[in-house]
Design a protein around this ligand. Structure first.
Ligand code: DNO
Length: 351
């Protein structure tokens, strides 16, 4: 297993100089900043990220994310052109040595929270989700109030309204069919270029504003894996996204996706209601998930891919970073995960 760390490029308050000082981090997970979904990634910009990482003794083998253009999700005629662009980007990424692409198929919004500064008892701050609050937000003006990295801020109000109207007519089946169309087109390219595709679960894995959000509940998990049975059609095992839904049995889901998990995001959440949760520090004792058992299950099922710590709390007065992506708490998370891995590996090998 390789422990990695997300880096948001030159504008990231968490610089590569800092990341390289976290022990046992082998590489960064990154993407070209500010590129619009659907555009072909310029080779020089891909190489530039790689060169910067390498100059700091870090690898660049995982991209998070290559965004899927909305027309592909909608199943518009223009999707073929965007799929072609996607495949060209994959080809260029493979030239730079990229092994895994993390992407998602969430309509319109990426991940969602209701509070970016939930005050914990110890004075730290967490990202939190309360469903009643989220559904009261006006989705048309949401990105003015909430600044979540990964949201496409180029969608104006009018387009947003249109999208919401169109998606409200969608059934999950139709959305699955559009995902299958995308997978059947890109997975042969993934095989050719030896790049593993790792879909990120919807976060949280339930519908909001009537949008189809189909990835992340156990009942749909096998269905996703069966859409295209290539081992290159895999998942990002995001413990926090999957773990905030109380009906998910995470260890069972690891078993289901054996050999198809190409990337893991490990973080803990505290489930506080049917559809309410708060992000916590990484250790098991802090949240609802047993992180030891998850890492152990990953190890026992032969997972040998990339892991990264996920969102951190805001601690020690850190400021100026993207929501969830400060340095301190993620570095603590990385060390905790590194400890779990060392113990599990040594115990298994009896050393
Ligand atoms: C949130 C991230 C997501 C993720 C994308 C992958 O912190 O985990 O934004 O990068 O959904 O496409």
């Amino acid at each position: 297993m390789k422990l990695t760390f997300r880096w948001y490029g030159d504008k990231d308050a968490v610089s590569l100089d800092k990341i390289r000082q976290i022990p046992v981090i082998s590489g960064i997970v990154s993407a070209i900043d500010d590129i619009l979904p659907g555009e072909v990634w310029p080779q020089e910009q891909i190489e530039a990220i790689k060169n910067k990482a390498n100059a700091h003794g870090l690898e660049f083998e995982v991209v998070e994310s290559v965004a899927v253009h909305e027309d592909i999700k909608l199943g518009e005629k223009s999707r073929d052109k965007y799929i072609e662009n996607y495949i060209e980007t994959m080809k260029r990424l493979s030239r730079a040595g990229i092994k895994v692409i993390c992407y998602n198929f969430m309509p319109v919004f990426d991940w969602m929270r209701s509070n970016l500064r939930f005050k914990n008892e110890d004075g730290s701050e967490s990202l939190a989700y309360e469903h009643d609050k989220v559904i009261k937000f006006n989705p048309l003006t949401l990105s003015e109030d909430l600044n979540l990295p990964a949201w496409d801020k180029s969608i104006g109000k009018e387009r947003m309204k249109k999208l919401l109207d169109i998606y409200n007519e969608f059934t999950d089946e139709r959305y699955f069919a559009n995902l299958k169309y995308f997978l059947d087109a890109v997975i042969p390219a993934a095989e050719k270029y030896d790049i593993k595709m790792a879909i990120h679960p919807d976060d949280p894995p339930w519908s909001i504003y009537g949008l189809p959000r189909i990835i992340g509940q156990e009942r749909n998990f096998q269905k996703f894996l069966d859409l295209n049975k290539s081992a290159y059609n895999g998942v990002t095992f995001c413990a926090g996204s999957l773990g905030c839904y109380k009906n998910n049995d995470l260890e069972k889901m690891i078993e289901m996706a054996k050999g198809r998990i190409h990337f893991a995001h490990l973080r803990n959440v505290k489930i506080e209601g049917e559809k309410d949760f708060r992000e916590t520090a990484h250790p098991s004792v802090c949240g609802s998930l047993d992180m030891y058992r998850l890492v152990k299950k990953l190890y026992d099922t032969g997972f040998d891919g990339y892991i990264r710590p996920d969102h951190g709390r805001q601690i020690w007065g850190e400021s100026g970073n993207r929501a969830g992506y400060g340095l301190y708490d993620r570095a603590l998370g990385a060390m905790y995960i590194a400890g779990l891995i060392e113990a599990i590996e040594k115990e298994a090998k009896n050393v």
